[in-house]
Design a protein around this ligand. Structure first.
Ligand code: BGC
Length: 454
């Protein structure tokens, strides 16, 4: 059955919605889980962060498996795990079982975080690859917003089991949708299944430029075998540095201290609970609207410029947040300015580092190690997320909002990292990006040889 292109990209990105929902829902659900299962502050922390541990495992295994068994099959397995995790957490009779299923759910989240950018970047044509790959981030932030709204709806009945269980619905839709989606033509060519790859590309590109694309893919494919050995080679190393670097910086500039903990930050400086809750939904809405704008920007301004603008913009907001507490005192005016800083921070994040990081991680690795490279970057992203989320509450207690100055400094470091290491990928085909990576290494080798000769 031939599926419409728009549907291919929609279902290809849908895993992002589950990623967003499952990471976002806990902020509201935890209030009632705490009461219902009698959590201590230790078990509360474990319930919240166990999904991140699972996500590290998921990202680690999915890359390798998708290089071996294909992108599509692995998304289907992830979708099935999403469904099992949703039901398991919703029905959990005890804290132990809940934590176990949060880890299971995390495995699916980690898989989705690596597989969706991979699948989208391999299906999309070069000139709009940025926009199509950003659909992943749009789904993530939509998932977070839906979670905030579901939390709000079920709060009066303290229905945490509903909040967690409803993730089953998009899970099953994803599973059914993927049954009808084609496999990535790039992966098929790697398996020497040329005719199948040709048919899919004919359909995706409406017959335009297909033979050239196949020839280009085959050329990069023939170079060498994948695996760890290739990933450690000198010419691939710059891609690994950029993948892991972007993944880590995205987290240590504090995005999830805002997404997961906005209400805590706002109430700390003087606003009441309901203002904090509404503020959080507002932040969720801004996140979605600005991401739509970013999709449009991605193939126009380019990824590198966006990253540079974003790191400075976010750093300024973080410094303002920190200094406000020092000089602003505890009042509702300070509360509202804090809310404004958080909102502007999210505008910068959603327009830049939110979508760009996952788009670039999907683009920079050579075909033969693409799954593996994305998987490693994913592990780094979830590991850094875990570190920040676990340490933020206690650091905030100790240092107050001055803590944001530290994340601001990370923003400045991120700026230098991007300036030094990141190369623009806008408008180039994945094969061209791979060839340029190889040529750059050869160029460097020749320059070094010349220098020693002199
Ligand atoms: C990040 C997540 C974050 C989400 C929120 C994603 O790109 O990887 O950690 O929660 O954006 O917008």
């Amino acid at each position: 059955m031939k599926v419409n292109n728009a549907l291919i990209y929609f279902f290809g990105a849908l895993g992002g919605l589950l990623f967003g929902y499952d990471t976002g829902v806990i902020s509201g659900a935890i209030l009632y889980i705490k009461k219902s299962l009698g959590l201590t502050s230790l078990t509360e922390g474990i319930v919240v962060s166990s999904i991140l541990v699972g996500a590290m495992i998921g990202a680690a295994i999915s890359g390798r498996l998708s290089d071996k068994y294909g992108r599509r099959k692995n998304v289907m397995v992830a979708a099935a795990i999403f469904c099992i995790g949703a039901i398991g957490t919703a029905l959990a009779p005890s804290t132990g079982v809940l934590i176990l299923f949060r880890i299971v759910l995390g495995i699916a989240v980690g898989c989705a975080s690596a597989l969706v950018p991979l699948y989208l970047s391999e299906m999309a044509p070069a000139n709009i690859r940025g926009a199509l790959s950003s659909l992943n981030q749009l789904m993530i932030v939509t998932g977070i917003l839906i979670a905030y709204i579901i939390n709000y709806i079920f709060a009066p009945i303290e229905g945490w089991r509903w909040m967690l269980g409803l993730a089953f619905v998009p899970g099953i839709i994803l599973l059914i949708g993927m049954l009808f989606l084609p496999e990535s033509p790039r992966w098929l060519l790697k398996q020497n299944r040329e005719q199948e790859a040709r048919n899919i590309l004919q359909h995706l590109r409406k017959g335009i430029g297909v033979e050239k694309e196949i020839a280009d893919i085959k050329k990069t494919n023939a170079e060498e075998n994948g695996g760890w050995k290739m990933l450690k080679q000198k010419w691939v190393r710059p891609a690994l540095i950029v993948g892991v670097g972007l993944a880590v910086f995205q987290q240590i500039i504090g995005c999830n201290t805002v997404i997961y903990y906005a209400p805590t930050t706002i109430t700390k400086v003087g606003l009441g609970d309901s203002a904090a809750l509404l503020g959080t939904i507002g932040i969720g809405i801004i996140n979605v609207i600005v991401t739509i704008f970013a999709i449009w920007l991605m193939d126009k301004l380019g990824r590198k410029k966006l990253l540079l603008i974003g790191s400075i913009g976010m750093a300024v907001c973080l410094f303002a947040l920190g200094l406000l507490t020092k000089f602003g005192g505890h009042s509702s005016a300070t509360g509202y300015i804090t809310l404004a800083c958080l909102a502007v921070y999210i505008v910068f994040f959603a327009a830049t580092w939110g979508p760009v990081v996952w788009v670039m991680i999907g683009e920079i690795f050579p075909l033969n190690v693409r799954g593996l490279g994305i998987g490693i970057s994913g592990v780094a992203n979830w590991g850094a997320n875990l570190l920040v989320s676990l340490t933020f509450p206690s650091l905030l207690d100790r240092f107050g909002n001055m803590l944001f100055v530290v994340y601001g400094v990370m923003g400045i470091l991120a700026f230098f990292f991007v300036t030094l290491y990141v190369t623009e990928t806008k408008g180039r085909s994945l094969e061209q990006i791979e060839i340029d990576l190889r040529n750059k290494d050869q160029q460097l080798g020749t320059e070094q040889a010349n220098q020693t000769a002199i």
